[in-house]
Write a protein that binds this ligand. Sequence first.
Ligand code: SF4
Ligand code: SF4
Ligand code: FES
Length: 245
Amino acid sequence: MKVEIVTHRDGKEATVGFEYEKRFEAERPMVLDVLLQAQARTMPDLAFRYGCRARNCGVCTVDINGKPRIACRARAREGDTISPVATLPVLSDLVVRRDGIARQMRGRLSSGGQGNNLNVEAPEAYHDLTACIECYACLDKCPMHARNFDGGLPGDVQNAEDLPDASKGYRWGNPFSLLKLQRIRIDPLTTDAGRQAAVDNAIDLGLDACVGCAGCKCGVGIDLMGQVVGELLEAAKDRLPSSKT
Ligand code: SF4
Ligand code: SF4
Ligand code: FES
């Protein structure tokens, strides 16, 4: 099976062909298997990330034919092009800078102090949202996240020094950051002030971008539009002028 792997070194992009050798006739390898074999056989310095190999850690996400996929769970197909996720700046080959997203949420995730009753049951929706593995696949085509890059992708920014400083956390949010805030809102231990702060933070991160947006899709099947975006838009409807129309 032949695939193409897009590498990035010193700001230069190259596309390298690789032929995967099946280990047994009926094998249907995952994209991560292909990358591991490429590294073992012909591309020893190929840089990519993986951890659990079981769809738990989210760090192996790459673009396959331009769409974000979890490499340890996506089947490779003849002719696939494997490239770094386009929504985050590339560090090397398939490795992207993830810290701008995590740092963005610092100081925004307080529940406002916990209530006394730690035995209180969380609603089903709360457990649904804990399924997030932080793969960042949902950033694909998110206009809110794109605001960090003047409405485009990190790769569209000509000079590296014009990229936003990821070490400070990105200014504008994304489906993942909204999910974290919505999780706080429905956590039974969150105070009323904490719930309000979560909505305030969602608005500050650019919730208005969700009004009329085509929507986002989660890499592991969480209902982002129904359980996250829709809920936050409803909570903020009186504060988002364009949503009243
Ligand atoms: S609905 Fe909101 S979070 Fe989802 S892609 Fe659109 S702007 Fe981004
Ligand atoms: S919400 Fe889904 S797609 Fe987004 S980071 Fe979490 S698991 Fe990945
Ligand atoms: S290696 Fe952990 S999700 Fe793929």
